[in-house]
Design a protein around this ligand. Structure first.
Ligand SMILES: C[S@@+](CC[C@H](N)C(=O)[O-])C[C@H]1O[C@@H](n2cnc3c(N)ncnc32)[C@H](O)[C@@H]1O
Length: 282
């Protein structure tokens, strides 16, 4: 595996995904009952935005750093900016990965498990993360962990599935693992990230999700480059299953602000809509 998230940390896709994650964590905290979070492809705790890798790619510079400069006062982004530790007019020095955001969103009664295949990344997560809740990091295959740890004893919670999509069959693997995890825990909130490379590929991803015939799916797609930009990634897609109340409006507003700040002139779009209904017809 060649994938190293340090090149991409804080890019527009990380921002889009983490805006959704932070909103779902806030929603889970609205009730006192303990919740559980499983992050199947966690990466590390924090990414050094002054590292040579981050400088070389420039992705955080064109992503989270530009967004802080342009949209710090946008109400729909305030929860996200607070969670990443952004300050008005300041460059971020380190960017939190999903385990750090989740750990920061737990209360004493809550629990999280971060799974990561690369030992160095998992150990960094273990070292760097502090939480009021109970957290554990495991060096393992994230898809196997979904089988091993779902459903959790807590009846409420969230699963984030955020694979690197390096191999051509990753979408198939992810969908299979998600379908099985959903069967185990149909009341959990699921967040599934997918790349958007172009409109045909995006329609295919939506169709594959729809074919699972799982109700209450909401997609939140944000593109900032034209389809044919040749940049690999035109946009970021997030599928929310059992989305918390208000997620659709919140993500539409937040993504509109991100698009206004980060999109190439005249390029891209925001589309947030239900993919499947409240109940599937028999
Ligand atoms: C896109 S990055 C994760 C970013 C992280 N979720 C975040 O939002 O900050 C994908 C991660 O998955 C890890 N990985 C790749 N294959 C894996 C597998 N089968 N199981 C668990 N982790 C895996 C990679 O090492 C990488 O750290």
């Amino acid at each position: 595996m060649n994938y190293r998230h340090i090149y991409h940390a804080g890019n527009f896709a990380d921002v889009a995904k983490h805006v959704g994650l932070v909103y779902c964590l806030e929603a889970l905290r609205r009730k006192d009952g303990a919740f559980f979070v499983l992050d199947s492809h966690g990466g590390r705790g924090f990414y050094d935005l002054q590292s040579p890798e981050a400088h070389k790619s420039g992705e955080a510079e064109r992503g989270v750093q530009r967004l802080i400069a342009d949209a710090f006062d946008d109400a729909a982004l305030s929860g996200y900016f607070a969670a990443i530790g952004a300050r008005r007019g300041k460059h971020l020095v380190r960017y939190p990965g999903s385990p750090a955001l989740i750990a920061g969103g737990l209360r004493t009664q809550d629990r999280a498990l971060f799974v990561e295949l690369m030992p160095a990344e998992a150990r960094a997560a273990e070292r760097e993360i502090e939480s009021p809740g109970r957290v554990r990091t495991e060096i393992a295959d994230g898809y196997a962990a979904l089988k091993a740890y779902l459903p959790p004893d807590e009846r409420r919670g969230l699963v984030l599935i955020d694979p690197p999509y390096e191999s051509l069959d990753e979408l198939k693997l992810m969908l299979r693992a998600f379908a099985d995890a959903y069967r185990r825990w149909p009341t959990g909130v699921f967040l599934l990230w997918y790349p958007i490379r172009g409109s045909t590929q995006r329609s295919l991803v939506h169709a594959r999700f729809e074919a699972l015939r799982i109700p209450k799916m909401l997609f939140a797609d944000l593109a900032i480059h034209p389809d044919d930009a040749g940049l690999g990634l035109a946009g970021s897609g997030l599928m929310l299953v059992n989305p918390p109340f208000g997620a659709e409006e919140h993500l539409r507003e937040a993504y509109t602000a991100i698009h206004a700040s980060l999109a190439d002139a005249g390029a891209g779009y925001v589309e947030v809509a239900r993919l499947t209904p409240e109940r599937m017809a028999q």
